[in-house]
Design a protein around this ligand. Structure first.
Ligand code: FES
Ligand code: FES
Length: 215
């Protein structure tokens, strides 16, 4: 039995939040899920106190073309800084020990596992995260568009890492065969094991990249 209030709620709900639109929102960088909690979270977990001699210091890092001033601990990883200090939660943390690639970002155009880089080591270098790929007018990067076109992921937790790895790989080989691309992004794992679809989407992204960037 549906009462009047429930019926109104059902009627007011958009008829179809399509999978395509949902993925598009996630692909754009996960900015919508960057909450104040993340932005203002300390470098230590609740209840922890920093180790002796590990006080924070203010540094400047170039992230997505902007100079960002941030207080960091000397043992703090780039993934931690990006997610919990700068609110860039599109970079995911999976294993947190250089095994899965979920945290991949570009540093000077080369893919790196941000969970295994100390933030202070990227001073003076250019960091690009998933949030920095789309154009200022909102146009998605060709690799992001390839995923929209091919519906390439299931849960998509691994997606931003795969995208960053592919974008980096295409800078060195813009016209890869399927097996070359598979090898090039083999440092990224997908727990849903959706590799065939992922590769198809990334190959499509490579094709769009060549077309739009004239490679
Ligand atoms: S979270 Fe960095 S490699 Fe898995
Ligand atoms: S699509 Fe779920 S982990 Fe890759």
């Amino acid at each position: 039995m549906v009462d009047t209030a429930d019926r109104k709620l059902i009627e007011d709900t958009p008829k179809a939040i399509s999978r395509r639109n949902f993925i598009k929102g996630v692909i754009a960088g996960g900015a919508a899920v960057a909450s104040a909690n993340y932005l203002f979270r300390a470098a230590t977990m609740p209840g922890q106190s920093p180790p002796a001699g590990a006080g924070e210091r203010l540094i400047t890092v170039n992230v997505n073309g902007r100079q960002r001033r941030v207080d960091i601990m000397k043992q703090e990883t780039l993934a931690w800084t990006l997610r919990y200090k700068l609110g860039l939660t599109g970079t995911k943390l999976g294993c947190d020990r250089a095994e899965c690639g979920a945290c991949t970002v570009l540093i000077d155009d080369v893919p790196h596992y941000s969970c295994s880089m100390l933030t202070h080591t990227v001073r003076g270098r250019k960091v690009v995260t998933i949030e920095g790929l789309a154009s200022a007018d909102g146009t998605l990067h060709p690799v992001q568009q390839g995923i929209i076109d091919e519906q390439g992921f299931q849960c998509a937790f691994c997606m931003s890492g795969f995208i960053m790895a592919t974008v980096g790989f295409l800078k060195t080989n813009p016209n890869p065969t399927r097996s070359q691309l598979a090898h090039g992004i083999s440092g990224n794992l997908c727990r849903c094991q959706d590799y065939d679809k992922i590769l198809t989407a990334m190959m499509r992204g490579a094709e769009i990249t060549r077309r739009t960037h004239g490679a």
